[in-house]
Design a protein around this ligand. Structure first.
Ligand code: SME
Length: 158
């Protein structure tokens, strides 16, 4: 897919996500729809999920709605794995080849690359979107920019 086609696809997805977020279903149903839409539409998004900061535990993420294979990593401590590193630093983590990342929690042997983008509401990190791909080096700065916009939309209902 050309960069132009991909950015058109991302623009269309942002409009669809905007509509999902503005709908009248529950927050979890909306988050689940966003995961499903992204996984079904973007060919290299093989697992899409939200991890949310657990308000009841110190520096721990809890798995929220997701689309794809179930994962054993339903709770992740800050600093542990790619998700935990993104949570600890508040920064996007983009890993082209997970086999070369020593601080990594494997969910599925088919996963080759991963991107995690933090969600921030009023200056406070509340969670993150996590995407796995079965393709090495699947994600680019276009995905990062797109997913930051997805996070901004989703943050409206958090
Ligand atoms: N691979 C992640 C764990 C979450 S799963 O990808 C769903 C990590 O290293 O934090």
């Amino acid at each position: 897919m050309s960069k132009h086609d991909r950015n058109n696809l991302f623009e269309r997805l942002l409009r669809q996500i905007h509509a999902i977020i503005g709908g009248n279903r529950s927050r979890n149903e909306k988050l689940e729809s966003v995961c499903r839409l992204l996984r079904e539409t973007v060919s290299y998004y093989d697992w899409v999920g939200f991890y949310l900061v657990d308000p009841e535990r110190d520096r721990e993420l809890i798995l929220g709605p997701f689309a794809g294979e179930p994962t054993e990593h339903t709770r992740i401590r800050f600093g542990v794995g790619i998700c935990g590193q993104a949570a600890a630093t508040g920064k996007t983590h983009l890993v082209d080849d997970v086999s070369k990342e020593s601080n990594y929690l494997a969910c599925n042997i088919n996963v080759k690359s991963e991107i995690v983008v933090p969600m921030v509401k009023e200056g406070v990190m509340i969670g993150q979107i996590d995407i796995d791909s079965h393709t090495i080096g699947a994600f680019s700065s276009d995905d990062e920019a797109f997913l930051k916009q997805v996070c901004q939309l989703v943050t409206e209902i958090m």
